[in-house]
Design a protein around this ligand. Structure first.
Ligand SMILES: *Cc1c(COP(=O)(O)O)cnc(C)c1O
Length: 398
């Protein structure tokens, strides 16, 4: 196997023999598109005219002053059309699908955000779209199911296994094996078999490239740390991509510690998982002693991927990036802070990255710049947050 398909011991293509052909076809088409100025022009034009890029960077003046240390700066992916970074990737993959002559898009989704982002670009490009979603998630995330339907997509509710994201991924792969001639499988994070981790990183690297240029323009220098939350790792690898060669910029990924890593109820694959194979790649993942994939837990539904992109595992091993974790309580506190001090309602996922910056800021000098990827907006989370706060106040009143 070609060594570029791996990140250290991670990555690769651990799929059924029948999928090797489609994966090779995809990799060849992608490498060609990557070099084609016309493809890049089309991609960039949609990011500008449809998504509304570039997204600004925002200095958190009041929040930073309150913390009394480093300056926190946000990269505003929450201002994208559809309210998060995911659309950068689905536009790229859908354009590639069209270029390859594929007629139909399929996707897996957990919290439903990737399903919505795929349904969105399917409508934009006039392609039918079918989304696989675990039956439990369909129930938990009904507003996103309605959004997908509104956008014209078909949602398949999966009853198998634990009826969550990992079962939806298996179903999507099964569909792809059967229909690969006319079907493109849109993966929602920087994971899955090669070439997906590389492709998704490239499409999301617009985050880091823009932020790097914007920091140079605004501050005359690079940030000291670039911090992003890690579910499967696409917004983080997109941010990191802009600074990978800048050895002085610390890269920090933040996993969801849920109720605490020690409780076992979390979504921290690097900090709390073990090496295994998931979604066609070797990676760190949450599993039982005998290798069964465990469902994740986090107050933020979008950090629900039970594995993590293979490049993150490698960046962790080599020390180029560090990976911390933030609990539900810490993320909610950071969410409140950003609302009250900056007038920005962040996604709960992004609140994990923000919480890490809030932890670090007080002990750092004022001229230290902490660049945080605000991967999405929090309107989608309001109900969750209210329910969470209600349950906490009940516990505290006992
Ligand atoms: C899906 C999602 C994430 C997590 O996905 P990554 O691939 O790790 O980026 C983070 N933030 C938001 C707003 C999301 O919707």
């Amino acid at each position: 196997m070609n060594t570029t398909k791996h990140y250290g011991p991670y990555g690769g293509q651990y799929v059924a023999e029948t999928l090797m052909g489609p994966l090779n076809e995809l990799a060849a088409a992608y490498l060609e598109a990557k070099k084609d100025p016309e493809f890049q022009r089309e991609f960039t034009a949609l990011l500008k005219d449809y998504v509304g890029r570039e997204s600004p960077i925002t200095v958190c003046n009041r929040l930073s002053a309150k913390l009394g240390g480093a300056t926190i700066v946000l990269k505003r992916e929450d201002l994208n059309h559809t309210g998060a970074h995911k659309v950068n990737n689905t536009i790229g993959q859908a354009l590639l699908a069209k270029r390859m002559g594929k007629k139909r898009l399929i996707a897996e989704t957990g919290a439903g955000m990737h399903g919505v982002a795929t349904a969105t670009v399917a409508a934009l490009l006039g392609m039918p779209c079918e989304v696989y979603m675990g039956a439990i998630d369909v129930k938990r995330q009904s507003p996103n199911v309605e959004r997908m339907k509104m956008l014209g997509a078909t949602v398949h509710s999966i009853e198998e296994g634990s009826a969550t994201l990992k079962d939806a991924m298996n179903e999507a792969l099964r569909d792809w094996v059967t229909n690969c001639d006319d079907t493109f499988y849109v993966i929602g994070t920087a994971a899955g078999p090669y070439p997906y981790p590389e492709m998704v990183k490239d499409f999301q690297s617009v985050i880091g490239k823009e932020a790097r240029r914007q920091c140079l323009e605004k501050f005359g220098r690079l940030p000291d740390q670039a911090i992003a939350c890690v579910g499967g790792g696409s917004n983080a690898i997109g941010l990191f991509a802009g600074f990978m060669d800048d050895a002085d910029v610390k890269l920090v990924g933040v996993e969801a510690a849920g109720k605490g890593i020690a409780t076992g109820e979390h979504a921290a694959s690097i900090n709390g998982g073990r090496l295994g194979v998931l979604h066609g790649a070797k990676t760190m993942l949450l599993q039982t002693a005998d290798g069964n994939v465990i469902d994740t837990y986090s107050v933020s539904a979008g950090l629900d991927y039970p594995g993590v992109g293979p490049e993150h595992c490698h960046l962790h091993d080599t020390g180029r990036a560090e990976y911390s974790s933030i609990t539900d309580d810490e993320a909610i506190a950071a969410f409140d802070d950003l609302c009250r001090y900056e007038g920005i309602i962040p996604a709960l996922e992004s609140s994990h990255a923000l919480a890490e910056a809030i932890k670090r800021a007080p002990s750092l000098p004022k001229d230290t710049i902490l660049l945080v990827c605000l991967s999405g907006r929090g309107d989608k989370d309001l109900e969750n947050i209210l329910a969470y706060k209600k349950s906490r106040s009940t516990i505290q009143n006992i």
